[in-house]
Design a binder for this molecule. Structure first.
Ligand code: DLL
Length: 433
């Protein structure tokens, strides 16, 4: 099913002219209403009248998280406060959080865009959907909630935590779809088993996972564990929240709601725009947002853009699974390492559970990588000799992918802390440069 045939299947020429009209409006609005943008555009020597084609977007200044912080809390808002009807915030790991605001129209658009992505993933009004994101300042729960409600699904707003009760709700309420982070879905499965309940028998047909990077190997693990179709969806609070893009049932990239977002891929080092098909940092310009329009927001997320038509019938461009964030990329002894590369290695080795942590430290001048991973119950009770062989195998596989020697620590099952939200996989103990 396609939620909005008109916009999701639009002829690409027509889509481009709609994007251009909306880009011009957005640029004009921020120039006149947001002092920060007027100053930044003046510095860049560009006026709203200079935006004549979509390619002219590259003349506009970038926005990044630092700009949002410097203008905390409301400095980038483009409407008076009486027009704001909702606020959310991203968890500020360092210092102040980032505040995002929505007008009534923004909320309507958000609902519509989430309705599109949940429909893409195969959710309908027949579904009973459990939302395990935290209801609160985080955009995940409320964002998905209203879109799912629009589609007519029955929502179980379980929120985060109280994992045993989550399992009981699934069982008793006949839940058919699960919304949350992929890492929490793994934890839920583990708790279900500890209650002698097989997650695969719970009747969950669809997983709608997002909010953190996860690999294809993790997808395979989740699908096997839950006997479900696990779909990916991507978004970020600064540009709206969930609903920016999502996978259709072809499972071949996440469709972007391009009538609302203009996307580019850039080289994160030089800021140059890269041609379609190249891997780079995703940059998003909002095209319809009223409260907090953003020009060329640097997401820090690494992905690839694909503009080919999808067999599902939608014409919107897709982004590939996000490989990681530029700020999560580790540089270990000069080698670029994404945690997702290590995840892929670990998930493809028998005897290991999908719970791991990456520790980076420095000894003298040398970087040291340690991979800690839990054993499965079967492996844990097995032979010592097998464990040694397993450790060697992990080292070798990681060396073959990254050309880095690492230490491996095999852990008892269930010894690492479990995440209820976004998993924290990397601990970098090296002194900051
Ligand atoms: O995580 C919004 C969201 C909620 C998306 C629920 C999907 C589902 P933030 O907390 O602002 O917003 O975090 C945004 O999370 O820049 C990515 O680095 C990461 N992220 C989000 N979705 C995905 C995904 C929400 N599907 C940041 N794959 C983004 C990989 C993701 N990373």
């Amino acid at each position: 099913m396609i939620w909005n045939q008109r916009y999701e299947c639009m002829d690409r020429e027509e889509l481009r002219s709609l994007q251009l009209a909306r880009l011009k409006e957005t640029v004009t609005r921020v120039y006149h209403r947001v002092p920060y943008y007027r100053a930044a555009m003046d510095r860049a020597g560009v006026t709203p009248a200079d935006i004549r084609t979509l390619a002219d977007v590259t003349r506009l200044p970038f926005t990044d998280k630092a700009v949002l912080r410097e203008n905390y809390p409301y400095g980038l808002f483009a409407v008076p406060s009486r027009e704001i009807v909702r606020l959310h915030a991203s968890s500020g790991t360092t210092g102040k959080p980032t505040v995002v605001g929505y007008t009534r129209r923004d909320l309507e658009n958000w609902t519509e865009l989430v309705a599109r992505i949940v429909t893409m993933a195969g959710v309908t009004d027949e579904d009973v959907v459990q939302i395990t994101f935290g209801y609160g300042l985080f955009t995940g729960a409320f964002g998905l909630h209203y879109g799912l409600e629009k589609v007519g699904a029955a929502i179980v707003p379980a929120s985060v935590g109280n994992t045993r009760r989550q399992i009981m709700l699934m069982q008793d309420f006949g839940v058919t779809a699960l919304v949350g982070t992929p890492s929490y879905a793994l934890h839920l499965a583990e708790v279900a088993r500890s209650m002698d309940i097989d997650p695969a028998g719970l009747g969950i047909r669809t997983g709608l996972f997002g909010s953190e990077a996860w690999t294809e190997s993790m997808r395979a693990e989740l699908e096997r564990t839950w006997n479900m179709r696990a779909t990916d969806n991507y978004g970020l609070s600064e540009v709206m929240g969930p609903g920016v893009s999502g996978e259709c049932t072809e499972i071949n990239g996440m469709h972007i709601n391009e009538d609302h977002f203009l996307v580019e891929i850039i080289d994160p080092k030089t800021g140059e725009q890269l041609p379609s098909g190249s891997e780079g940092e995703l940059v998003i310009t909002t095209l319809t947002k009223e409260a907090l329009p953003l020009l060329r927001y640097r997401t820090r997320d690494i992905t690839v853009l694909n503009e080919e038509k999808c067999p599902c019938g939608r014409t919107t461009a897709r982004i590939s699974k996000v490989r990681g964030r530029t700020d999560d990329m580790l540089i270990i002894s000069g080698v670029n390492v994404f945690p997702s590369q290590i995840e892929t290695v670990l998930m493809n080795i028998d005897g290991l559970a999908p719970h791991y942590q990456i520790i980076v430290d420095k000894k003298g001048y040398l970087d040291q990588l340690e991979v800690q991973v839990e054993l499965t119950d079967e492996m844990f009770t097995g032979q010592f000799r097998d464990l040694e062989a397993l450790e060697d195998k992990i080292k070798q596989k990681i060396f073959s992918v990254l050309s880095i020697n690492c230490r491996v620590r095999l852990l008892e099952p269930r010894s690492l802390a479990r995440s209820e939200g976004k998993a924290k996989r990397v601990i970098d103990k090296r002194p900051k440069q």
